[in-house]
Design a protein around this ligand. Structure first.
Ligand SMILES: Nc1ncnc2c1ncn2[C@@H]1O[C@H](COP(=O)(O)OP(=O)(O)O)[C@@H](O)[C@H]1O
Ligand SMILES: [Mg+2]
Length: 459
């Protein structure tokens, strides 16, 4: 349990709109007296008040309903706070940035429940939370239109700019709109929980440049020309062609060179179906793959002989997150098994989940080896998150994809900055799923500066 100091906000219209009442005990704690000035901040909105000291032993504040509304607070709720030199910051205010994807009943499509849980967990921590679309920002008035969840219902509301943005938008792949939004928010001191997408090539280079991680990274080249595919196929029986900006296993191609008949055999997934084919020359292979590759930039990667569990390609998803003190931790690990016959283990087009221990027990008889694999998984996931954020900018969470090959060696596959939590539902780990939802909200407190002394006092 994380217990933070909180202030209870109660409506009291007798005070008028210029004054805010605080209890004697809160006054003492903040060294504030009757008629002192106090600036109250919710996100980037700051409103000056004059203090009235009222009797009371709890940490409570009394405000005119107009003021409560102006600060985006809910009467009779408790908020985290941090006080410094006449400035009382409440919350912090956390805005989850995500496009509107559906109608009122499922505004954020498949992510609606997740967004709702984030808001509720954040509110329990004393935060002011809402979701807003990157297309609903008014820069002139410094306002966003968003939705919060209150008393069991979604409420549309206008908010000031938040302390922290939790980016969950879809149009993030180098999108100019998002780059601009980040730049402008940054100039105003709004913090981002995660950086923008880095792309697979930067990710590989960054991790491969680390002597302690290099051995876990598959050999990877930029696909500048199909001769690179040929060169890689001379070294490895199987290679994977992957778009540098891509997700959900989409447009990934597996190519195998058949040593006896010299055929290039390929497979990819299209409209949830496997497309298989063969080419007799490199030119023919290129032509056959042009429709799936399009104009995207690709990389070529050594194929890993991943575990096959009951016919399903299996890999590992690790959620690593920073906690309330800004330290990286492993929140949870799950195995993902792709649809039967698929060349990827992504869950988006079907697939199943399994607990790591179950999969390891099925494939490796030695307890010692199983322990070694699990410790490698934790080490690589944590280290890659640490290393990556030095290149791509400070991050709060990542979904790291790792592979285990048939010999028990662990491989780095990729790191995602908008990790899904679906795996924890599939493997029936509700506690881990909840923890993975609370963590970004806890880390937001830290990012907004609501930690340190205040937290230590209450521990
Ligand atoms: N080099 C590889 N060897 C074997 N399988 C791979 C390789 N790269 C990717 N895969 C499989 O394809 C899946 C998707 O690859 P990934 O790099 O994570 O792309 P995406 O961003 O589309 O999820 C992986 O989870 C893994 O199952
Ligand atoms: Mg992936």
């Amino acid at each position: 349990m994380h217990i933070f100091p909180k202030i209870r906000i109660t409506a009291d219209n007798k005070l008028g709109t210029k004054r805010v009442g605080i209890t004697e005990s809160l006054g003492k704690r903040l060294s504030l007296k009757d008629n002192d000035q106090l600036l109250i901040c919710a996100g980037k909105r700051k409103i000056p008040y004059v203090i009235s000291i009222l009797p009371g032993k709890n940490d409570a504040a009394f405000m005119h309903t107009t003021n409560i509304h102006q600060l985006c607070l809910t009467p009779d709720s408790e908020y985290g706070y941090i006080y410094n030199a006449g400035e009382l910051r409440l919350g912090p205010m956390v805005g989850i940035m995500i496009e509107i994807l559906g109608g009122p009943s499922k505004r954020y499509a498949g992510q609606t429940t997740f967004i709702k849980s984030l808001i509720i967990r954040g509110q329990e921590l004393g935060e002011i939370c809402f979701a807003f679309s990157p297309y609903a920002i008014n820069w002139q008035r410094q306002l966003v239109t968003g939705y919060t969840f209150r008393k069991g219902a979604w409420v549309k509301q206008t908010f000031p700019f938040p302390d922290v943005v939790y980016p969950r938008e879809r149009t993030y792949a180098y999108s100019r709109v998002i780059v601009e939004i980040r730049k402008k928010f940054d100039a105003l001191g709004v913090k981002f929980l995660n950086p923008q997408l880095a792309g697979k090539w930067v990710t590989y280079q960054t991790i491969n440049n680390q002597p302690h991680l290099k051995d876990f990274v598959p050999d990877t080249r930029l696909l500048t020309n199909f001769t690179v595919v040929e060169a890689m196929l001379k070294k490895y029986r199987t290679v994977y062609l992957k778009p540098i900006i891509g997700s959900k296993g989409q447009n990934i191609i597996r190519v195998t060179r058949n040593r006896s008949n010299k055929l290039y055999q390929y497979q990819y997934q299209k409209n949830q179906k496997a497309v298989r084919g063969a080419a007799t020359s490199l030119g023919q292979l290129k032509a056959s793959l042009s429709s799936v590759m399009g104009k995207r930039d690709y990389l070529v990667q050594q194929g890993i002989n991943l575990l096959i569990d009951e016919g399903h390609i299996t890999d590992i998803r690790v959620i690593v997150q920073k906690n309330h003190t800004g330290k990286w931790m492993v929140t949870g690990i799950g195995c993902r098994m792709g649809p039967a016959g698929s060349i990827t283990s992504n869950l988006s087009s079907g697939g199943r989940g399994a607990k790591l221990t179950t999969v390891l027990e099925r494939h490796f008889s030695s307890q010692q080896q199983r322990d070694q694999i699990e410790s490698d998984i934790r080490y690589i996931a944590l280290e890659s998150a640490r290393v990556l954020e030095k290149t791509i900018g400070s991050a709060g969470e990542m979904g790291v994809d790792l592979g285990i090959d048939v010999d028990g060696k662990v491989w780095f596959i990729e790191a995602n900055l908008r990790p899904a939590r679906r795996i924890f539902r599939l493997i029936d780990e509700p506690f881990i799923r909840q923890q993975s939802i609370v963590n970004p909200m806890l880390y937001s407190r830290y990012l907004a500066g609501f930690s340190g002394k205040e937290y230590a006092e209450c521990k």
